[in-house]
Design a protein around this ligand. Sequence first.
Ligand code: F6R
Length: 603
Amino acid sequence: MCGIIARIGADDGVDRLLGGLERLEYRGYDSAGIAVENGAGLAVQKCSGRVGDLVDSVEDSGVYGGIGIGHTRWSTHGPPTDDNAHPHTGATGEVAVVHNGVIENHAELRDELRDAGHEFTSDTDTEVIPHLFERHLADNDPEEAFRQAVRDLDGSYAIAAMVEGEDAVFAARQGSPLVLGVDDDEYFLASDVPAFLEHTDEVVYFEDDDVGVIRPDDVELSTLDGEAVERSSEVVSWDPDETGKGGYDHYMRKEIENQHVSLANGIEGRVSEEGEEPDLDEFPAGTFSGVERVQFVACGTSFHAAKYGTQLLNKAGVAAQAFRASEYDGSIPVDSDTLVVAVTQSGETADTLAALDRARRASARTVAVTNVMGSTAARTADDALFIRAGPEIGVAATKTFSSQVVALSLLSHRVSLDAAEEGPWDDPAAYYDALEALPNHVESVLDFETAEEVADRFLGSDAFFFIGRGLAYPVAIEGALKFKEITYEHAEGFAAGELKHGPLALVTPRTPVFTVVTGDDDETTVTNAQEAGTRGAPIVAVSPSDHKITDVADAHLPVPDTHPDLVGLLANVQLQLLSYHTADKLGRAIDKPRNLAKSVTVE
Ligand code: F6R
């Protein structure tokens, strides 16, 4: 939630700040602003609306400067108004601050500052920070004043701040992501690497409690207590072209269409030469001996991927459960024999990080399955498995779901071989053959042009239902989530067998039922679809072409026939396309659906 950026250089950097904000818009897009220092004081420009509105107003104002901070907001405290947009300034205007996170003691701090004569102009929790900074500036140099202001705060924050007349940006991190980009003659700070990846791929991740003072020719990192710290730099392997739209109308379309590439990256070099078991550098054979149970913690789309991992482990005889991270509370037994796997694309989802913390406090062994190197989940868990999907900018997760499923299938196989001495498949070679073929199969799904026709045919329906059984169930609930998220239409996913236990009451001729089948053990699902069909609901089969569900279906979204445990992934690509085309026909903001942000850093 919210993206922050800073650019610290000698020449004018306003375009770079604005470009960075555009690339961070997936983190929030209801208001935006920048502050720059150009020798004539701090110039602040901000407004409600998209970054594009800010760009127009900055162009009109002609504001410039080499050192600046910027913010794109997803509101938590106060509605998206001009006043609530960041940067926030103090009483005198000599300090400007951008912040991502939540200041939990903002109400007490506000009362205290008000009593001392400070006046506030916004509803945000952030506004206390520049006031505190300003107050401490009265008796301290800027660095110490910043440090003291940060010490006053409780909660989570990534902060970038400026002081009039100082050629520096002051930064601090606690619980919210912050990464430094190092270029030859300039530095960047941002919530996420894509903000500056076109300029540099050399990065230094801030740790919690780090404070940075960044000048055009120098960076000093220390703890909040002032002790100098060394953080080594890393080179990010993402291709800067991946962060652009690459000629597509929407990032989501690009990310759906490129998923064969991300899948190939996620599989490459991770299968044994015999093609029968995983070969993960991170987890050699035997790593998980002694694990008695596996608990996945995740939210949204990542939770659906986690359910896939759960089912593979259960098939292999390993006790596994997937928990929605926000529900993973103290009532769930966890101990040192438990492996807790946090599945999180961003690695920054607050609910998932809280669940991970709980698992660590209970001495569980932890693994993060994530897309983002240097993310909090990757650094907090005992080990990390990267899904290698490349940057995903569209708010709706698409390619990262399929990459998560692949990474989880490899991890689950490793865990089950180590912990139960058997895997989920009688014929693992058949699974791995199909896995190697998966990127090509995804490409063939993209060649079918049926999703757009089906989207057109059912436009205007009252509701959209998605059903599936076994490994098709996570796909059904993921299909429904994607559909509601970007079309704003009512969509629900159900376990196929559950339809008759209540949801069938909702079924009418105006509610298509998308039925996902995998080609294995599907008779009952076909019967469940027929139960809806006899109540008049149009049945849309999402299945291989010669599957018996097509005999009872009114429409068909075809997928190549492959291993039954991978058909669901291909069905999911069809459902992503269905959501995309429906949203497009309805004129929705596909990449930035209303009220949603990609990285949800509040609980
Ligand atoms: C849906 C979507 C969200 C995320 C969820 C978890 O398309 O993107 O449901 O999956 O917010 O995010 P991560 O995976 O970053 O923890």
